[in-house]
Write a protein that binds this ligand. Sequence first.
Ligand code: FES
Length: 892
Amino acid sequence: MPEGTDVRTAEVDGRAVSVGHLDDHVTALEVLRSTGCTGPKDVCGGGVCGACTIQLDGTPVASCLLPAVALAGRTVTTVHGLSAAGPHPVQRAFAAADALQCGFCTPGFVTAAAAFVDRWRAEHGDVAPPRDAIGAALAGNLCRCGAYDAIHRAVAAACAGEHDDPAPLVGARHDAAPKVRGDAVYTADVRLDGMLEGVVVRATAPHLTDVALDLSVAAEMPDVVVAPMLAEGDPTVRFVGQVVAAVAAPTLDLAAQAAAMVAVLGAEAPATIGLDAAMAPDAALVFADRAARKGAFGGGEQQAIPARWHGNVRGPVRLGWRGGTAERRITRARSASDPLLVETTFETAGQVHTALEPHVAVADVRADGTVRLWASTQAVGDLARAVAARLEVPVGGVEVIAEHVGGGFGGKLSMTDEVVAACLLSRVAGCPVRVRWSRAEELSAAGYRPPTRSRISLLAAVDGSLAALRLDVESDGGTSIGASAAAQSLLLYGRTPRVVRDLDVVSHAAPGCAFRAPGGPPMAWALEQAVDEAAHRLGTDPLELRRRWDGNERRHALYDWAGALPAWRDRGPVGSSSGRLRRGIGAAMSSWMYFVDPGTEVTCEVRDGRVVVTCSTQDMGTGTRTVLANAAAAVLGIDPEDVDVEIGRSSPSHGPTSGGSRTAASVFPTTTAATEALRDEVVAVAAGELGLAEARPIDGGIAHRDGVVPWKEALAAAPGVRGAATRGADLARRVVPFGDSQAGRGLTGAVHLCEVEVDTRLGRTRVLRAWAGLAVGRVLAEGPARSQVEGALVQGIGYALFEERAVDPHTGAVVSASLEDYRIPGMADTPEIEVHFHTEGWEHVPGGGVGIGEVAAVGVAAAVGNAVHHATGWRPTVAPVTPARLLEGLGS
Ligand code: FES
């Protein structure tokens, strides 16, 4: 901050802070964060998401749009200041209701909600507001994890005065307290001494060959370092936004100026954008030869199944059973115009992860070749190995740190460009470098769930059985391959004769990547709507038809639960709702595999008289810390709050990646075993130290001949004692190559119901209520488990109704590159949600429970589609069901 007599100050959380001169062009958010106040988050930069919310003289405002000087003479309260005199009731309420997941939006939400609660109580007393009032008050805040329903509950409870007691700040989630206080440290908050700011240079043309970079002008600028990032041996640009170089400087502005000096030279070549263009016989090839195809990005969570290429089309990858029978039956039914043959083409748009913490990395590559890397990643261990390979240094010399991760959803599983750029720049500069995606970069070049076009043929027999199924899915994933939407249908409806085919159609567009339940939602959008249509034509209850066709016993319990819900039981016939606002209810089912990482290691030791559990994994909001703490606490019969959990580092052991619904089933039984080993050792040591006869462990302590020694005392007598365990395999079988993981026996199940209201005049669809039934065995962490299910529902509603990654059809450039243009669900879009867990059926799995995150996401959009059909009689085939599509479909 320049010195001067006119420097203005503000009172920020009770301390005087300089906010600069009148002519400074910095935002309030920049000034606050530069003073170490990292509670307010920098997410959208456009006043859309509310993550940067502060209170200005008690009124919530977006600090990213506010000039810093506007704070002068004002009182500023951030999330940190809210708890200056003890936690605000809203902070307690958020923790108690588990109104948070990754926690990146939480400081902004808490700050806005506190202002609302204080005002509401002053005006109305201690009464809960109507749901709409809370939704309206917090409409300026977004949560990509989808914690909205819990936020509704938390705010209502705080308004009703249910959290006024000055009790300790504890919640259902082990890391709730630092998150609601704004103290949780994310990679986006990391600042190292002497750190440079890095930016990348992105291609502005969709297709260039023989590319060369002229970095000379940028490299000669004072204090600037540059690093080329074109793939060796492949000097080709294949999409707008492709990273070709990286630049770092002491300030972001200088780095951007230097980046603008980088010349990207090359021969412009024809580009092909979109499914139809890419499949045309004369389409420009994205990958010219076999060698180039090896550079195609693997966009799935698993390795792509090998397949032949034909131009820009890879595949089909053909799977199924009794495929000949299925084809013959379908062909015959088509010839006979069989009304029980449902044949429809469904389409889905691209869905962007847009985690609120962007992709960000801070790399410190030292002269001795060792690396410390802070990264917003779902895979600290995998990332350390990938970085070591990229920099050609020993794996043991790379440490990846991700203490808290502000959301991932599959978009942060691999070594992405910001990590490579930060590492390369740091190695050149000899000092730490940070590279962080802007929201526009996050929305345009950080991955997405690819758009799909699915052709389905589903044949029901007159006896009501499922006779045949065919599903062809074309996936429009830009330069990525590895589509698996059609393959996902193999998890449903037993051994029905079927043939399913996945095609990767590559084009000159940014690559897609894994997104929560890769392939699942687009598959269900087609298959679960086709099943609904078959039920309609058969005149059968759609849930009953699924029960008949579904061989999965666990899901039968869910059909019982769903079928008994009054909203389902009392529904009218399809299209019976009339008038402008029409209501309907739809159902869909889901399935997923259960995975574990058999190499998962957990250590448990006594430190400073407390139990400390350590695992090289991470928590992106899914509740991993809570699962670890719960497992250890259950063994000792103590409160999970009395267990410390250390995760978020790639060393010292092996831990699971947070993806594919594998984490909980990997860490829970391993922690149990490690804690049991620790417990037995503590009993032995403490018995010796304290002279206990006939010592044995019981809940809460050590029983001995003359009484009980509580764990606290026993742990104090056994410093440094350790227990360790490795997960081990459940079944020696790998269904598909899946990194370190193994697929176990059994499929998870879910049934979703959504009730909608369709405005037939404006074309708007609202989900009013939603139900999610899950068959995933024992619930290992109650609050986070429920929150994951609710979050998946919210993301599914977005997929069904709003979210559409839009690209320029000529260049492939993304035109929905802000949170105004790419709409994700907000508070007011969120229905009341009821979650039901069926906990039986997984007794063969150590720990008794399996993953939730993926199966909770698969069928949501299809349930919304079926509800729209039930309400209107018109079946939506293209997602999202925008007002324009709906009105066109209704012929309005
Ligand atoms: Fe809201 Fe993750 S908890 S964005």
